[in-house]
Ligand binder design. Structure first.
Ligand SMILES: Nc1nc2c([nH]c(=O)n2[C@H]2C[C@H](O)[C@@H](COP(=O)(O)OP(=O)(O)OP(=O)(O)O)O2)c(=O)[nH]1
Length: 129
């Protein structure tokens, strides 16, 4: 069975985490996630994540450390997440419904996609680091 790898960026600035609200597909629309997407054949995870952040947000990011290992997504997918910082540009919701910068006390103010929820607590220490 092919494992679909989805990469996500926990973009942090000034102690806040960027959350992005999905626009599609219908069953996921409205849910909040880490910007990112599927890794293309022949592409490294890191290259895919930098590419997706540019496509989705119009920014250049520098990746930091990986958060945990493979986080299970429904059926045959895994989510791999890295911390990231903005190097160039201001994030725009080019493919999302909305963007929000969440302070530590607001981390659960958005409805995260189910697969992302366990990651939120792992990211918290990085907001104050
Ligand atoms: N980008 C992203 N996708 C996530 C997260 N959590 C989660 O369950 N997913 C799911 C939603 C989608 O089913 C899948 C990612 O697909 P995607 O549509 O973002 O990928 P993509 O940009 O490469 O799009 P496409 O080529 O398939 O149209 O992973 C997350 O935090 N970030």
């Amino acid at each position: 069975m092919t494992i679909n790898v989805v990469v996500g960026a926990a973009i942090i600035r000034d102690g806040r985490l960027l959350a992005a609200q999905r626009a599609e597909p219908a069953e996921l629309a409205g849910g909040w996630e880490f910007p990112g997407g599927k890794v293309d054949p022949g592409e490294t995870d890191e290259d895919a994540l930098v590419r997706e952040c540019h496509e989705e947000l119009g920014v250049k990011v520098a990746l930091g450390e990986r958060i945990g290992g493979d986080w299970p997504l429904s059926l045959s997918g895994v989510l791999r997440v890295w911390t990231a910082e903005l190097v160039e540009g201001e994030p725009q919701a080019l493919e999302h419904l909305a963007l929000r910068w969440l302070e530590p006390g607001q981390l659960y103010d958005v409805e995260w996609l189910p697969g992302d929820l366990p990651l939120v607590e792992e990211i918290r220490p990085h907001l104050t680091a």
